[in-house]
Design a protein around this ligand. Structure first.
Ligand SMILES: Nc1ncnc2c1ncn2[C@@H]1O[C@H](COP(=O)(O)OP(=O)(O)OP(=O)(O)O)[C@@H](O)[C@H]1O
Length: 542
């Protein structure tokens, strides 16, 4: 039922019209059968207008079917696009930790697989309406031929449909399970694509991955699908059987207990045989409906999980700040129970124009701190303030616009988006970063296809520089640069940003360059402290 609500929300008028047209086409189909019945049983010399009626009914069937399908293709695609858009909007608006805990695989499976399942079921909607109408009209026609026979047929068909629906409910459990297993399969397929180099370099790992991870996940999904589909198939055949039992009873039993003319019997059998097609169509459509309902439920659950939209920000970014302060800020990941990492309490004040380096061991919490500082994570406790005012949910999105960031796993879009840089500035940064052959200045396209990790970082820095926010946050930016460019970064790029009034926060392990910073802080096991390494590096640099 929810599936129809999804359809109606998209455009109830198109849905209704295509349903009605489908039903009309069903009636026309049945009209054809009645005409055939007359042509077979009436005197050929009295055919009169029958051929014209037949031709007219054929044209009507064609017109109604084509129009209904045309309308529904538009509608089902619009519904799919709308579902995708709604989900994408929710994803963009959801807080980062929520998305991190849902994970990209589940999001992708919903955006692609579930939306496609819904589109497939909706596309078959006019045909289902046509089939339902053929069945309904067929039963009425049967009633005009013989009321008791029609009653018997309805009884047999009802038993068949009821058995089928019972089987479908049973199959549903397995189809739902298969949908859960699909998330795991998508996860492992992504792992295979992301880890292709690691797999190619170690045959044993490759075999282990394929036979111990990928195939078992796939087998679990396949098994659930096979069981579900087999139950559906059996229920389908079982439901259909009752129609043939009805025909058998009609042919062999009815003439024994009542007198019935051959013309009536012929019309009856002809109609019932014809009705097996629409019945088949409906029984065949119900499993697709079933899969679509599972998909709707999945999208709804996911939508509810991520439906905690943050307040959206104004389009223009702030150009200045006076201070940013973290007071007693704490943050804990909640994904791994009690053992999860906790940061803080952290006290930190960031002032305009300073160059702050943050150092510390692996896993000590530097990136977590950067995500808190940039408003991507919300502190569990403590206070984050911007120009003396608390960064509440209402202003968090605006606050995030203060930062140009380059995170370790940052993504590069293949074009410059949301950037309004002058050609002079663009060329300056392209030449400073040596990215002349990776950027199409005319179109703003970035050639992100085959980049080395160092080049990837340089392009990311280019985008951040063109973003031109008051504060730059670099997470181990120089880690993948050659010594020469590392030097350019610390001795040329950071001072240049500083001279143009920017504040820089750089997470770094390069103690050789600590002298460039105005302040160096150290993170140890989630705690922040002043570092005495800056003095050491100043001595080293001297
Ligand atoms: N999304 C997450 N869910 C749960 N735990 C996480 C998540 N991200 C990071 N952690 C954990 O938090 C801790 C701190 O991670 P963080 O990335 O902040 O460290 P880091 O100091 O930047 O390390 P590195 O120098 O290796 O980049 C680590 O133990 C990490 O496993």
């Amino acid at each position: 039922m929810k599936l129809f609500l999804v359809l109606i929300r998209s455009s109830w008028i198109s849905g209704l019209v295509s349903g009605l047209l489908g039903a009309l086409s069903g009636m026309m189909n049945l009209g054809l059968i009645m005409l055939i019945h007359h042509a077979l049983t009436d005197d050929p010399s009295e055919a009169g207008s029958l051929p014209y009626l037949f031709a007219g009914a054929c044209v009507m069937v064609l017109l109604t079917q084509v129009t209904a399908k045309y309308l529904l293709v538009q509608l089902s695609q619009a519904t799919a696009a709308r579902l995708r858009y709604e989900l994408c909007t929710k994803i963009i608006a959801a807080p980062l930790p929520t998305l991190e805990s849902v994970g990209p695989n589940r999001l992708l499976a919903a955006l692609i697989g579930d939306v496609n399942a819904i589109t497939a079921a909706l596309s078959a909607f006019p045909a289902a309406c046509a089939n339902a109408m053929v069945l309904a009209c067929g039963l009425v026609y049967l009633a005009t031929l013989s009321l008791p026979l029609a009653g018997g047929t309805i009884l047999m068909a009802s038993i068949g449909v009821f058995s089928f629906l019972t089987g479908l409910r049973l199959a549903n459990r397995h189809i739902r399970k298969a949908r859960e297993d699909q998330d795991e399969v998508v996860k492992q397929l992504r792992a295979m694509i992301d880890g292709i180099k690691e797999l190619k370099g170690n045959n044993m790992r490759c075999l282990d991955f394929v036979y111990d991870v990928l195939l078992p996940a796939d087998t679990r999904m396949r098994h659930s699908l096979i069981v579900g589909s087999n139950i559906q198939g059996f229920a389908h055949s079982w439901g259909r059987l009752f129609l043939f039992i009805g025909i058998g009873l009609l042919l062999f039993l009815w003439p024994q207990i009542s007198t019935v003319s051959t013309a009536t019997l012929t019309g009856y059998v002809l109609t019932i045989l014809y009705l097996t097609y629409p019945l088949d169509g409906i029984l065949g459509w119900l499993p697709a409906m079933n899969a679509a309902s599972v998909a709707v439920a999945k999208i709804e659950t996911l939508g509810l999980m991520i439906d905690r939209p943050e307040q959206q920000s104004s389009v223009s970014a702030p150009t200045k700040f006076q201070s940013i302060e973290l007071q007693g800020v704490t943050y804990r990941y909640d994904s791994m129970g009690d053992d999860c990492f906790a940061l803080g309490p952290v006290d930190l004040t960031l002032c305009p124009g300073e160059t702050l380096f943050i150092a510390g061991g692996n896993g000590s919490g530097k990136t977590t701190l950067a995500k808190l500082l940039t408003g991507l994570y919300v502190p569990d406790a403590g206070r984050l303030s911007w120009n003396g005012r608390d960064v509440t949910n209402k202003v968090r999105a605006d606050y995030r616009q203060l930062f140009s960031t380059v995170f370790v796993e940052g993504h590069l879009f293949d074009r410059l988006l949301g950037i309004d840089a002058t050609p002079g500035k663009l060329e300056h940064w392209i030449s400073l970063l040596g990215m002349e052959d990776k950027v199409d200045v005319q179109t703003g396209r970035l050639l992100t296809g085959e980049l080395s990790r160092g080049q990837h970082k340089r392009l990311a820095l280019l985008v951040a520089a063109l973003d031109d926010r008051p504060i730059f946050v670099f997470d181990e930016w120089a880690a993948e640069q050659d010594p020469e460019f590392k030097d350019t970064f610390y001795q040329q790029i950071l001072p240049e940003l500083n001279r143009s009034g920017k504040t820089v926060v750089a997470i770094t392990h390069d103690d050789r360059y600590f002298s460039v910073a105005t302040r160096v802080l150290m993170v140890t096991d989630g705690r922040l402290s002043d570092s005495d390494e800056k003095d050491v590096s100043v001595r080293k640099a001297a």
